[in-house]
Design a protein around this ligand. Structure first.
Ligand SMILES: [Zn+2]
Length: 168
């Protein structure tokens, strides 16, 4: 039996202190996620073996929310009452909800970013198109006048309509 398993055994069997055992798993999880997760499952097995169904309210502790709720539910005896599970399921649903909300918010932020960059692009294009009396057409080198029909290329250059497509 390794040291961690021995610590859990002492908390649960000798001291009957499940809370400290749960805290111990959480502490290990802070520094080693996979080991903490494994210990969490071990603790659930140990509590069930030691205290049977009486251990369930203790094991379904929100502090152990890093464990996969499906795996935890599968470990529980089949005869576990729904009333006992209510809190656990509600708690897990709530955290799923939070994740969902977060992803919706992220999505909206992405959209805002997208709109923002579209606006910036539009503004950039508008800058390119701004013509002054000294603007000249890069193809023919002549100024634009009030009657010039102007096209804007994809690179943002203003050309005479008639010069578009000619080599420059
Ligand atoms: Zn021109």
């Amino acid at each position: 039996m390794d040291r961690h398993a021995e610590v859990l055994r002492i908390f649960v069997n000798d001291l009957n202190d499940n809370t400290s055992a749960i805290n111990y798993c959480c502490e290990v999880y802070q520094t080693n996620k996979s080991l903490g997760t494994k210990l969490g499952y071990d603790l659930i097995d140990l509590c069930l073996t030691t205290n049977g169904e009486a251990a369930i309210p203790t094991i379904l502790n929100p502090k152990l929310n890093f464990l996969d709720p499906i795996v935890v539910l599968e470990k529980l005896p089949d005869e576990t009452g729904l009333d006992v599970l209510d809190f656990f399921i509600e708690f897990n649903l709530r955290s799923i909800n939070t994740e969902l909300k977060n992803s919706i918010i992220q999505n909206e932020l992405l959209k805002v970013d997208l709109i923002d960059s579209k606006l910036q692009k539009l503004e950039k294009e508008r800058e390119y198109v701004r013509l002054t009396s000294s603007s000249i057409c890069p193809v023919c080198g002549k100024h634009f006048n009030a009657t010039s029909v102007v096209v804007v290329t994809t690179t943002g250059q203003a050309l005479h309509y008639g010069c578009n497509g000619k080599d420059n």
